[in-house]
Design a protein around this ligand. Sequence first.
Ligand code: PLP
Length: 394
Amino acid sequence: MALELTDLAPDTLTVAAGRPPREHDSPVNAPIVLSTTYHETRAPEAGDRIYARGSNPTWDPFEEALGALEGADLPALVFGSGLGAAAAALSLVPTGGAVVMPRHAYAGSISLAADLAAQGRFELHAVDIADTAAVLALLDALAGRFDAGQVMLWLESPTNPMLEVAELSVLTDAAHAIGAVVVADNTFNTPIVHRPLEAGVDVVLHSVTKWLAGHSDVVLGALVTSEADLRARLLAHRTLHGAIAGPFEVWLALRGLRTLALRMERSQSTAASLAHRLADHPAVRRVRYPGLPTDPGHERAAAQFNGFGGIVSIELEDVATADALVSAVQLWLPATSLGGVESLVERRRRQPAEPVTVPESLVRLSVGIENPDDLWADLEQALRRAAGRRDGGL
Ligand SMILES: Cc1ncc(COP(=O)(O)O)c(C=O)c1O
């Protein structure tokens, strides 16, 4: 019996999916194809490559691997950035429709949706995505005003950077009951931790820039769906609007994907140990991490996810203490973004687009794969210096 990708566990898929056919003397890794155009020796037919804005052989193995990893029946679609993928996903909402989005989703997704709403493309409703009753009530109210296919429910769970956890299946079922399309940004969890398509979600979004590529050296995005009509519309949008990926970036992303499971395992276990230590630290006012039993999202995360992710958010005494912490780290890198092998630290409200409901003193930690004790030692010395500065000494 032939081995099927669907028989394989996610950590095996990261390594085994997206390989060239087993032919004698052929490479085991997909090559990079840099050509912008393809030989045409007959009249074009559906599925022909023709021109590299529409298709590139370097995309195929990555798209196959990510589609398989998310448990989709179809290959993923890779985009030039996560936000390029978000623009394509939002294009599924017809003019005059409505989008429901978490108020603490990634700031770029919110800004993009707000920009489109300001242009009159659709209504935008910001919700506390962890407040299931409030989201259900809003969907109910929209049902009376919009037809099937006019509403999109945008999920991000856990949210960036507040790490709120949504009840994915409950919200997805309610959205489908009113004919809404459901998109889930799965950047934080990755398919190693959760597969939203299995909870009924229609389209999964990734900033491939983050955990999937994993080395902070590539900007890419992706969409994944098992619905052929949606994939065709998203592919048409990508080809027409041109937010395509460079072949070299996609090759690097597939190379990064090969170690995703190991990187996630290490990041998650270190994140959990840091979260516990931070929760006991006197200079830390609050730790947000779904893996902590005291976290409001813990039970939901434990019930839905296969892990708690590699991001920890902490709140400090005030903005100055948070900025002092970020300045005092020596191993952690003070930089935006997340999901790379190197640990990053950022006070999110430094970014002007960050929602004002994110606490000013919130510092987001993206936990990499360094030695956990080294990471803790650096955080501890930085916390001591930041808090000591406030108490009049260093
Ligand atoms: C959760 C999430 N979604 C989407 C994006 C956007 O992706 P990109 O930066 O690849 O455009 C980001 C970027 O930080 C993100 O954190």
